[in-house]
Design a protein around this ligand. Structure first.
Ligand SMILES: *Cc1c(COP(=O)(O)O)cnc(C)c1O
Length: 429
């Protein structure tokens, strides 16, 4: 079932799934298997030549993972998706077909900390470069793109919160430069933002977060809009030129708008091997069934709590974009009218010491390096994830000494407020 005329709430339960053909099982079984028996030698040859689609080996494809791929692709309005072992794996899988030594990407300065590290240091080992630019400065984005730029990368609702990207404006710049825009939609989810409708070519996810929603498994996904013309110029030879490993097959010519997805499986998963396992796909499928219900509550709670915190005189500042005081408040109506997500930072009076006391005193909020769980989470970045950075770098990353990041869960908002209230009292004592 992939009929996009159904509503989001229906698709999040049904898209990609059908009763199991062998047993009639209504829920998608966990196909805990490595390999699949070929009908005969001709069938095997056709599968290996990419002349027929089917299951060969679970590094490439698995029936449980395939259901999740189709479900996320449908929710995002894409033509296909490839699931991977983590969000960070998904980012490499998204870039891999586009890049080569000497090529670069232009990325927003407002990104998940782990992504900043991946793009600043690790991708250099592949000969790739990243230029970080303030995405509110459209001229700077244009200027940063050069002949070797192969993608533009940003987060729709950015971690650590409070920033909403003008996806359409950046998509127009990427279009003019004939390169794809990749959106990390982890903190927004397709319920709040559908980046493809705003002009994005590819969408990546850490399914570890809201899509699973219960803190059980890591996973990632790359969704293709199917709208990019990979053969319009010679920038994307992996997709437009003959592939030696498949007897000169050209992915774009052969698979049309599914070229990126097929390349992701036939080359990306085959050779990089960052595969999602069927157990992880199962947990994430369970999560997607309630995505809209959870996101509505996440947003409702986040708004209530941000408003309460903003009025409290133990607090210096709250960065939630759903607050009228936010410089990005107007962008919410344009980019994510259903809400600004559930992730934001709070500057606490009393600096580093007050933050550490606050984090220690909270009872419902868990002090963890994660987000997007049904449980409310808190982290003091300056003493943890951003500990190695200089005070200036911490400030620039929105992780100053006096800042805590909250990921608001789906518990009772009144209980969360009471917990923050008692912990703030201890922190400012
Ligand atoms: C967590 C996260 C990632 C990385 O995902 P993993 O599943 O931890 O590898 C990437 N982007 C954002 C916005 C995230 O929150």
């Amino acid at each position: 079932m992939s009929d996009t005329t159904y509503g989001f709430d229906t698709l999040q339960i049904h898209a990609g799934a059908r009763p199991d053909p062998a047993t009639g099982s209504r829920q998608t079984p966990i196909y805990q298997t490595t390999a699949y028996v070929f009908r005969d030698a001709d069938h095997a040859a056709a599968l290996f030549n990419l002349q027929e689609v089917g299951f060969i080996y679970s590094r490439l494809t698995n029936p449980t993972v395939a259901v999740l791929q189709e479900r996320i692709a449908t929710l995002e309005g894409g033509v296909g998706a490839v699931c991977c072992s983590s969000g960070h794996a998904a980012q490499i899988m998204a870039l891999f077909p586009l890049m080569g030594p000497g090529k670069n990407i232009v990325a927003s300065t407002r990104l998940y900390g782990g992504t900043v590290t991946q793009f600043s240091h690790t991708i250099k080992r592949f000969g790739w470069e990243c230029k970080f630019v303030d995405f509110d400065d459209l001229d700077a984005v244009k200027d940063a793109i050069d002949d070797n730029t192969r993608a533009v990368f940003g987060e729709a609702i950015a971690n650590p919160g409070g920033y909403i990207m003008d996806v359409r404006a950046i998509a127009d710049i990427a279009d003019a430069a004939e390169i794809p825009l990749i959106i990390d939609n982890t903190t927004a989810t397709p319920f709040l933002v559908r980046p493809i409708e705003h002009g994005a070519t590819l969408v990546v996810h850490s399914t570890t977060k809201y899509l699973t929603g219960n803190g059980t498994v890591t996973g990632g996904c790359v969704v293709d809009s199917g709208k990019f013309d990979w053969s319009a110029n010679d920038k994307f030879p992996s997709l437009s030129q003959p592939e030696p490993a498949y007897h000169g097959l050209k992915f774009h010519e052969t698979f049309g708008n599914l070229a990126f997805t097929f390349h992701g499986i036939a080359i990306g998963l085959r050779d990089l091997g960052m595969t999602m396992n069927p157990q992880a796909a199962h947990y994430t499928l369970m999560g997607t069934e309630t995505l809209s219900l959870r996101m509505e509550r996440h947003v409702e709670n986040a708004k209530k709590i941000a408003e309460w915190l903003e009025k409290d005189d133990r607090i210096e500042k709250v960065t939630y974009a759903g607050l009228k005081s936010s410089p990005y408040y107007d962008r919410v109506a344009k980019v994510c009218p259903k809400g600004a997500g559930a992730l934001f930072t709070v500057s606490v009076k009393g600096g580093y010491d007050a933050c550490v006391k606050l984090v220690n005193a909270l009872e419902i909020f868990s002090h963890v390096a994660n987000l997007g769980d049904a449980r409310s989470l808190v982290i003091h970045s300056a003493s943890t994830t951003h500990r190695q950075l200089s005070p200036e770098q911490q400030e620039a990353a929105g992780a100053g000494q006096n800042v805590v990041r909250l990921s608001i869960g789906t518990e009772d908002a009144d209980d969360l407020i009471a917990d923050l209230d008692q912990a703030l009292s201890k922190a400012s004592a």
